[in-house]
Write a protein that binds this ligand. Structure first.
Ligand SMILES: [Zn+2]
Length: 425
């Protein structure tokens, strides 16, 4: 009997623990689901998904009670962007391939509709200028060039005299080794359509290709950062800054969008949770804390770069900046970009983690231009970029990066670590 009781007691405690954890994370899941929903169109440029996401963040910031440097928390900027919001289709020898599964458009694809004979590019052609010349003087009209992923850049960087001939092609197919396709969004447009097809979806003796891709380059698309702050109670003119990009890849075609749950609805949700925490009167921080949700990250860190060129308070007043991107795993711990650039602060992180056993490990990297911390640290602002490690269920830059698949394994623990770090700064 006592053994049975013990067993039930254990079960009861486990359930209590699990439901407590689940309740804590329910709001986080809700935020991620909203940001990843079809209504926000992948937080990109088709159907103004970025602006709709910004509106949601403005409402959240206001409900939390954040102060604003600007009217309605907004800092607007423009960027050139290639938008794919209408037709996208591809058929090989009469068989339709599935967008997002078998193929995607290259982020910089030109627009076009056409049919053409497959022309497989031999790698030798690209390696030898004479051969290339001979090849390109052949009539490329009505041809669809097919090239392996690793030679696509070579094709694009053929010497200038060849470029006009290259423009005669109907389109280019880039064969992707896989195992998965990876979407991108780009600020330029190539003079011909480019579709990326998974190797395993490409028939071995393909002869004819038919496709349609609508793409338009907007030279000055208007996007916006969303920025708020909480004044500190002891040193209000000194700032800790939390950043996360809220934009993602948007659409490819009318129906296919990239939810971007892990990248980076997860980091945006954590930024909101931290804002909520510090907005409670009992948690008022010693330093001011600014919360910056950046746009244009996927197009080349455009929003955060704009901010560093147009700061809302002197960059020198930033005591430390923490950038959050890809926050939904953590089975294998946390990576800290700039860890080796700021060893004292990295040691502090390690020490706090050892003390509380938040994460199985904290790893360190040098500097990298891979997220929004970069232009800040280039301007001398001390900054870390955190991303979680491990987990097999999260997709990257793929239509399957969906909220349901996020484990949020160490979400609370990373937040707790950040809280302790800010306290100890
Ligand atoms: Zn990304």
């Amino acid at each position: 009997m006592p053994r049975l009781f013990r067993r039930y007691a254990c079960l009861f405690l486990l359930l209590l623990c699990l439901t407590g954890h689940a309740q804590d994370l329910a709001r986080v899941r809700q935020t991620i689901a909203t940001l990843s929903s079809p209504a926000l169109h992948g937080r990109g440029y088709a159907f103004k998904g970025d602006s709709l996401a910004a509106r949601f963040l403005q409402q959240e910031f206001a409900a939390i009670g954040l102060r604003s440097f600007t009217p309605q928390y907004l800092q607007t900027f423009t960027l050139p962007i290639n938008i794919l919001d209408n037709r996208l289709s591809l058929a090989v020898d009469g068989k339709a391939l599935k967008p997002g599964v078998d193929f995607l458009a290259h982020g910089a694809t030109g627009a076009g509709q056409g049919e053409g004979r497959v022309y497989d590019i031999d790698t030798l052609i690209l390696q030898d200028v004479d051969v290339a010349q001979q090849f390109l003087t052949n009539n490329l009209r009505n041809k669809v060039l097919v090239v392996h992923q690793r030679h696509f850049e070579q094709l694009l960087s053929l010497p200038e005299p060849f470029q006009p001939q290259l423009r005669n092609v109907v389109g280019v197919i880039v064969r992707q080794k896989g195992p998965k396709l990876m979407g991108t969004v780009r600020s330029e447009q190539l003079p011909f359509p480019v579709l990326e097809v998974l190797e395993k979806a490409w028939p071995p003796h393909a002869k004819k290709v038919r496709f349609t891709v609508d793409a338009r380059l907007e030279p000055a698309y208007r996007s916006q950062n969303v920025i708020g702050f909480i004044p500190g109670k002891i040193k209000p003119d000194s700032f800790v800054v939390i950043t996360a990009h809220y934009d993602h890849l948007g659409h490819q075609g009318k129906d296919l969008y990239f939810p971007g749950a892990h990248d980076n609805a997860s980091g945006t949700a954590m930024l909101l949770e931290l804002a909520r925490h510090y907005a409670q009167p009992q948690n008022t921080p010693d330093y001011s804390i600014a919360f910056m949700a950046f746009a244009g990250e996927e197009a080349g860190l455009v929003g955060s770069r704009y901010y560093t060129e147009h700061p809302l308070f002197p960059l020198g007043k930033i005591k430390f900046l923490l950038n959050l991107d890809l926050m939904s795993t953590g089975e294998e711990g946390l990576m800290v970009v700039n860890g080796s650039v700021f060893p004292k602060q990295f040691q502090l992180l390690q020490q706090l983690n050892q003390q509380h056993q938040f994460l199985p490990q904290i790893r360190s990297r040098g500097k990298a231009a891979n997220s929004d911390h970069y232009f800040f640290s280039e301007k001398g602002v001390p900054a870390f970029f955190f991303y979680t490690l491990g987990g097999t269920t999260t997709e990257y830059h793929h239509p399957n990066d969906q909220p349901e698949t996020l484990p949020l394994t160490k979400f609370k623990e990373v937040m707790a670590l950040i809280g302790d770090f800010i306290k100890a700064l």
